[in-house]
Ligand binder design. Structure first.
Ligand code: FAD
Length: 460
């Protein structure tokens, strides 16, 4: 009898254990359900929807090569899958396990309606499975990293299976009618220029990066050069698996590949945190920060204006404005710059990290519940494993130290004419008229942040 494969953030045909298991048992009905209700205010944001559209289109095409197709349903995923199973007489729904709380609830509910088989496949190790000798999960990255490294390599990636087809195809929605792409206005021009979406594009990007990995350790902190892999949206949407990436790097030695693997392990670590604290991205983990004297944008126009200036890349700090504009234009931002802009929002502007997390959620093509929440709390100092709140990054120095001049030229055209010596911190005489003034001076912002911290601690 037919087997349903339920795709979510695993939009690939290779190394897909659920697809392989289904294909071994009978004709396959591949399904994607757009369920905006269950995720509530965590439904995919605007940039994610753009990516999702193209990724589904690409998956549909790849299935077409097997003369198969992707069935698209919209609405409650449990009801939709249960109905589909009944209609088609499917024996089992096969799916790769997901750990966002809304997906976990859906998985549990679905088992009450039909036979659900779950598989691991989106992480190096199944989230929750890397534990200390006494069986407790890790809260700190370094011991987690060591423990997971000892379990490597991951199992070998699986081949794309041959698919047999059902006698009849159920009804499918038309992707174009889902309205995932922006129309009025169509803001996605920069996205189209930046990204090729889908499994084949992900593989191409990996191949290209494998040749550059030896320079990763040196280059990855420099936003002006393409030193990182830019695989994050492909990984988030599951167009490629970390096991495939690990395999492609087999035989590579040196600092570059070590450092890169460690970043992949951060991705697993974030998921491991989410397994322990399912709502981690919703509030500060550390109790003291839940009552922290953040300057709340809901309570004042001035502060709301500052949040907006940050979002729009109009803070008067070239490196920050470059990052925020890159994010807006392409749905992605360099990691070093993500840290700088997050530190600026939470410390210089003293705005609750959750406002930044939300903005990223809506604007990143790799917006990931676990990774975004974990990184925001890491920078803000509010998390489990975290930087100190008192570590306030100095944006102007960071910009110089990591040679961001060309990056600024690319994203902040008002400053493009300035020489390297001036572009990080333009002198007043060369400050362009159309470039906004600084929201706050570094020293003042830093002092205010440290003083709020002392208040929280009850120090005078
Ligand atoms: P590479 O340097 O090539 O790294 C390879 C892969 O490792 C990445 O694709 C990613 O999957 C993973 N990775 C790298 N760094 C991290 C990290 N710090 N935490 C978790 N995984 C990591 N990453 C997301 O995937 N989604 C997010 O929503 C997200 N939000 C972030 C928010 C803030 C405030 C910060 C500071 C970082 C955030 N990151 C997030 C982590 C990191 O910035 C991106 O994963 C990285 O910039 C993606 O670019 P890349 O693929 O070229 O990375």
């Amino acid at each position: 009898s037919p087997q349903i494969v339920w795709f979510r953030r695993d939009l690939r045909l290779q190394d897909h254990p659920a697809l392989c298991a289904a294909a071994a048992r009978g004709p396959v009905i591949p399904v994607y359900v757009l369920d905006d209700e269950r995720a509530g205010n965590r439904k995919p944001g605007g940039a994610s929807r753009w990516w999702l559209h193209h990724s589904l289109e690409s998956l549909g095409k790849s299935l077409g090569r097997h003369r198969s197709k992707l069935i698209l349903l919209r609405g409650d995923c449990v009801a939709g899958l249960a109905r589909l199973a009944e209609e088609t007489g499917a024996e089992t729904v096969h799916a790769i396990q997901h750990y966002e709380p809304w997906w976990k609830d859906a998985e549990e509910e679905l088992t009450g309606h039909c036979d659900l088989a779950l598989y691991d496949g989106n992480y190096l190790m199944p989230p929750g499975s890397v534990t200390t000798g006494s069986g407790t999960p890790y809260k700190i990255f370094t011991p987690f990293y060591r423990a997971l490294s000892r379990m490597m390599p991951p199992r070998d990636p699986l081949e794309e299976p041959a698919l047999s087809l059902p006698d009849e195809w159920p009804h499918s929605d038309d992707l174009d009618e889902w309205g995932l792409l922006p129309t009025k206005p169509d803001w996605a021009d920069g996205f189209r220029k930046q990204w090729d979406v889908g499994e084949i594009a992900a593989q191409d990007r990996l191949t290209d990066f494998v040749d550059r990995v030896s320079a990763y350790e040196d280059d990855r902190n420099f936003p002006s050069c393409e030193g990182t892999s830019r695989l994050s949206p492909h990984l988030h949407w599951g167009e490629i698996s970390p096991a495939q990436i690990w395999k492609a790097l087999e035989g590579k030695r040196g600092q570059g590949v070590q450092a890169f693997r460690s970043e992949l392990i951060w991705r697993d670590f974030a998921q491991n945190i989410l397994c322990q604290f399912p709502y981690y991205p919703e509030e500060s983990y550390r109790q003291a920060y839940r009552d922290f004297p953040w300057r709340n944008p809901n309570r004042g126009h001035l502060i709301a204006g500052e949040l907006e200036a940050w979002q729009m890349g109009r803070t008067g700090y070239p490196i920050i404005d470059a990052g925020m504009r890159q994010l807006w234009a392409t749905g992605w931002m360099h990691n070093r710059v993500r840290m700088i802009v997050a530190s600026f929002l939470t410390k210089h502007l003293l705005i609750d990290w959750r406002h930044g997390e939300r903005w990223f959620w809506d604007t990143l093509v790799d917006a990931d519940y676990a990774s975004n929440g974990t990184n925001w709390q890491w920078v803000s100092g509010t998390g489990v494993d975290t930087q100190l709140f008192t570590r306030v990054m100095a944006p102007l120095l960071q910009s110089e130290k990591f040679s961001a001049a060309d990056y600024i030229r690319e994203w902040v055209p008002e400053l493009a004419h300035l020489p390297d010596a001036d572009i990080h911190d333009p002198p007043p005489s060369k400050w362009p008229e159309d470039y906004p003034e600084r929201l706050i001076e570094h020293r003042e912002g830093r002092e205010r942040a440290l003083s709020a911290y002392r208040d929280m601690k009850g120090e005078t």
